[in-house]
Ligand binder design. Sequence first.
Ligand code: SF4
Length: 280
Amino acid sequence: MKKLIIAKNIGFCFGVKRAVETSEKLLEKIPSLDTVGDIVHNPLVMEKLKSKNLNVCNSIKEIKGKYFLIRTHGLSRKEIEELKNRKIKIFDMTCPFVKKIHYLVENLNKKGYHIIIIGNKNHPEVLGIKGYGEKINIIEKEKDIFYCKKNKMEKIAIIGQTTLNFSFFLRFIEIILKKIKAKEVLIYNTICKVTEEREEEGKEISKKVECVLTLGGKESSNTKKLFEICKKICENTFYIEKISDLSKINFKKFKSIGIISGTSTPNFFIKEVIEYLKKI
Ligand code: SF4
């Protein structure tokens, strides 16, 4: 008999759940709904939503419909203003944790702080946050600090992308503090605990089992990170995006299996995987 350990922190996180459920409800009432970028980085969920008339645009310029949903990553103030001017009805599903950062940046900006965001320069969440301040630098790699140093900074405030690993965030703060001299420095912990908790649980499970299944879309950065962390501990860690991926694994070899997932993995998929394993 095989042992199966299922992570406690599994399936959609609170922000994604809210955005997906709202889209589903809206699509039952309105003819079509536009969004910029995938609401969730999971092809199974996106396929379902698109079949119900969710239009995924690349930028707000492409929007043709009357209804628009802001995904969890949020949008810049300028983009929201543009949508309002075009009389488009907005359903704002920006995750409250991200929204809090928007208010924070706006407030710090008014007080004249130079804001440093530690995060991925091209990530939609970071680009959205950038739109709430004026003097902003994004630090993704150590060399980015060099460009910061070019600007004279009296007062700085450091924040991080919500999905950053906390130790990574601390390491960068340390480097920034060594390299940038400012009279006043404020540091805000803006990291969402959800991904961190999953990584910690993933590590624990990986130590206990012979095989780990990481469920989630290939485009989901938090699932990718989770997979990489667990793979370092348990070499038989597999990335499962669709049910057919399971047929490539020889489960006979393993006495114990762990199941973990990213924040954009739907429950129906997790159940399907568990059913598959029960059958074998
Ligand atoms: S991971 Fe955290 S910040 Fe991102 S959508 Fe989920 S709850 Fe919100």
